[in-house]
Design a binder for this molecule. Structure first.
Ligand code: ADP
Ligand code: ZN
Ligand code: ZN
Length: 757
């Protein structure tokens, strides 16, 4: 093609190709494809090395920096209309730049799987299993002894839209495959090949005039009213607000009022939550209040289900989308407000692959779309409080419990000099007795599952180490084995010390299994419910246990972190955290923040209704300053102190961090890579302005250097200037990406790391 013609026509196609290279790729538009047929957001097939790849068009251009004769033409256009709207393309571009992540991988991660795999959306198919009509009518009681068959039927009953074999496998154990065959032979199950519905992104029809409200809201108290008034006064341009309200202060009612307004304005609503499984009550309240289409997007869905929701949100059919972090990428053409519930929660940060913060992406999205965003929490993150200090976010406080509930009393139990019965002090046991005697429930919180975290030989001092990790093996009593919680290997419980043969092995430390055992011994007549990852593996198990807990009286609930979030237990009047000391002296500067959040969140489980609650914390450090500030001045007082401290020693949010991680089969390789990064960045820094305050901490071994047989190290980069930090990382990547040192390790960059390991 002659140069002049190229200049005039948009004949360069700039695309994102799924590859670990951090760049965009240019291709030529072949003569037989009209440039109007190719729009940003469409998929095209491109030659890539010796293969062909599905790429997403980012832009059409008239020129390129690459020599024209080196460009190859695209093979074909796969979509008739864009599958991604321009606002999402813009957002994904930001994600790739900000997180220094390969743009092709960013696009790939944001698209439903169906779009990534096959060439044409219309040729995709999936084998799904369904219950037959015969099975639906049959009496399943005749299967009482065929446990597997019964379990598969129960599973499929919950999914009328069908399940793939992999999805069935994820919930079944043992000989489920033969059970499946038997059911098929009986004609109770059938397998169907289903083409997935080809998707086209299209703008919705103008708002339909169907009803929006199913049930009116509560009449709001003064604090809620003023929060809502404030939010509604800024409902059609970008603004960020933090709804800082204790558990039960009526934050959800505030969201609902703002949502109502947005729905009336024919806008869509995106709600991000930490974990769908933990928020059934939230979803119930949305459905109770509104008659519009509400959908939830989370990891429990199969690809077809995800695809469908994606389409319906993109077409405007779904008006309220409630989802976990990846839902932030869902196209929503009428988006009017974004809400992030429990904004302090760590799950909004993805900890592998693209280490993005859905919260930060949501803020950017709201900014681009010029719409309000609301973050809610009883225990706001330091980052959000800092934004409020800087007046980049509006701080809306709810300080009273809405309705009848009263805040609980919190106090410490000094365990120094007390005999602990498997982790429980005399004082605590007496308290439990008192609360049970009043027909109430007690919640015991222990953030460690299994029976005991260490097994020790009383003669030679041997300790149950994992040979693949720098970690100890936890003893699980129920399954009678040792398990590593980091690499998941399991070993039978040794009958005697593997080192010296001595038979006297002690179980050190207390996990939830052990708490359950001792509680059952002390209170043999009381029902005990344990909720942790071990007791809730099967689908529906969590729900069952929660229902049991909600209905019951005089029960003892035992749980890990899982119980700290979102659940309401109206009959719980005593909450005890058995061990808070682990969190008090951690190397992570965020540990106090996490501990304070945990204490406040767990406390929020007590006394939610008419009954006043009591919260007790067992500690050997009752003099601890942070604890005492938290108890006397509440979370707000704690947060003010914590922020002042971080400001004084220049830690986030007063400084910006990035963590470079590397992992290899040999220590030398990760060390060499990180050393290379360190040297390269030091050299770059020399060339930067003299004022640059970029600092390097490391390279150092990761806090758990060996994990699953691999050796890990890290290098922390910090600056008070975000721009400088990103400049230096950008230069580093250019220098390091293709080096031998980089090829010998798995490495990643974590921008704004939340956990320093
Ligand atoms: P949060 O989300 O802050 O934990 P919720 O919105 O769930 O608070 O409210 C806690 C409880 O108080 C709920 O049972 C809710 O129905 C009730 N509630 C909230 N606002 C009001 C109000 N204005 N009047 C009466 N009850 C309310
Ligand atoms: Zn020994
Ligand atoms: Zn391990």
């Amino acid at each position: 093609m002659p140069e002049e013609k190229l200049k005039a026509a948009l004949s360069i196609v700039q695309v994102a190709v799924p590859t670990p290279l951090r760049r965009k790729f240019d291709y030529l538009l072949p003569d037989d494809i009209d440039s109007e047929q190719v729009l940003p957001g469409m998929r095209v097939l491109v030659p890539f090395g010796r293969t062909k790849q599905i790429a997403v068009v980012l832009a059409m251009a008239a020129k390129t920096d690459i020599e024209l004769k080196k460009l190859r033409p695209i093979v074909k256009v796969l979509d008739k209309k864009p599958i991604l709207p321009t606002d999402i393309i813009q957002l994904l571009n930001w994600v790739a730049t900000y997180y220094h992540h390969p743009i092709g991988e960013v696009f790939q991660a944001a698209l439903p799987v169906h779009f990534r795999k096959k060439e044409s959306a219309s040729t995709q198919e999936q084998r799904l299993w369904f219950l037959t009509e015969e099975a639906k009518k049959a009496d399943w009681d005749c299967l009482k002894r065929a446990v597997r068959q019964r379990s598969i039927l129960e599973q499929l009953k919950k999914y009328p839209e069908g399940l793939t074999k992999e999805q069935i496998a994820s919930e079944q154990e043992g000989q489920w495959q033969s059970a499946l065959k038997t059911l098929q032979k009986k004609n109770w199950l059938q397998e169907q090949v289903q083409a997935h519905i080809p998707y086209q992104y299209c703008l919705p029809d103008s708002a339909s005039d169907t009803a929006i409200i199913k049930n009116p809201g509560l009449s709001l108290n003064e604090e809620q009213q003023s929060a809502v008034a404030n939010l509604l006064s800024r409902d059609d341009y970008f603004s960020a607000s933090l709804i800082d309200g204790i558990t039960g202060s009526g934050k959800t009612e505030v969201y609902l009022s703002v949502i109502e307004q947005q729905l009336n304005n024919a806008r869509q609503v995106l709600v991000l939550v930490p974990e769908i499984g933990l928020t059934p009550q939230l979803i119930y309240r949305f459905e109770h209040r509104f008659s519009v289409i509400i959908a939830t997007l989370h990891s429990g869905l199969n690809n077809t289900q995800r695809m469908k929701i994606w389409q319906q949100a993109a077409s405007g059919e779904i008006r309220i989308l409630i989802g976990t972090r990846s839902a932030v990428f869902t196209p929503m053409p009428d988006l009017g407000v974004i809400i992030i519930d429990e904004e302090h929660d760590l799950s909004f940060k993805q900890q592998d692959g693209i280490r993005y913060s859905a919260k930060d992406i949501a803020l950017v999205r709201a900014n681009y779309a010029d719409i309000p965003i609301m973050l809610g929490s009883a225990t706001p993150s330091m980052e959000s409080l800092y934004l409020c200090q800087q007046e980049k976010m509006t701080h809306l406080k709810l300080r009273q419990r809405a309705g009848k509930a009263r805040p609980p009393e919190v106090h410490l139990i000094d365990i120094r000099g007390q005999y602990l019965q498997h982790g429980m002090s005399r004082t605590l046991i007496d308290l439990i007795k008192q609360h049970l005697a009043k027909e109430n429930q007690v919640l015991l919180f222990q953030n460690r599952r299994g029976y005991s975290p260490v097994l020790l030989c009383n003669k030679c001092g041997w300790i149950s180490h994992c040979h693949r990790c720098d970690a100890k093996l936890t003893y699980h009593r129920q399954r009678n084995h040792l398990r590593c919680h980091h690499c998941q290997i399991e070993q039978p419980l040794p009958a005697q010390c593997p080192e010296c043969g001595h038979g006297d092995l002690s179980q050190l430390g207390v996990g939830t299994e052990r708490v359950e055992k001792v509680v059952r011994e002390i209170f043999p007549e009381i029902e005990v419910i344990r909720i942790d990852r071990d007791t809730t593996q099967r689908k529906g198990a969590m729900q069952n246990l929660l229902e049991q807990a909600r209905d019951g009286k005089q029960q003892i609930l035992i749980g890990t972190q899982m119980l700290a979030k979102g659940h309401h237990f109206p009959n719980v009047t005593l909450v005890a955290i058995l061990d808070i000391d682990q969190g008090l002296y951690s190397v992570d500067f965020r540990a106090p923040e996490r501990l304070a959040q945990l204490i406040v969140q767990v406390s929020g489980r007590a006394g939610r209704e008419e009954k006043k609650g009591q919260v007790v914390l067992q500690t050997a450090h009752p003099e601890d300053e942070m604890l005492n500030t938290l108890l006397s001045q509440g979370y707000a007082g704690f947060a003010a102190n914590a922020l002042a401290e971080r400001k004084a020693i220049l830690l986030p949010p007063y400084a910006y961090q990035a963590l470079i991680r590397a992992e290899a089969n040999h220590i030398n390789n990760y060390q060499a890579f990180l050393e290379y990064c360190f040297q390269t960045m030091s050299a770059i820094k020399q060339n930067l302005s003299s004022k640059s305050d970029v600092q390097f901490l490391g390279p150092v071994p990761a806090p758990m250097e060996k994990k699953a047989g691999k050796f890990r190290g890290q290098l922390l980069v910090q600056s008070s200037q975000r721009k400088e930090l990103h400049r230096i990382l950008q230069d580093l990547i250019w220098n390091v990406e293709l080096t031998k040192a980089a090829q010998r390790v798995r490495w990643s960059i974590d921008i704004d790391p939340q956990e320093l390991y």
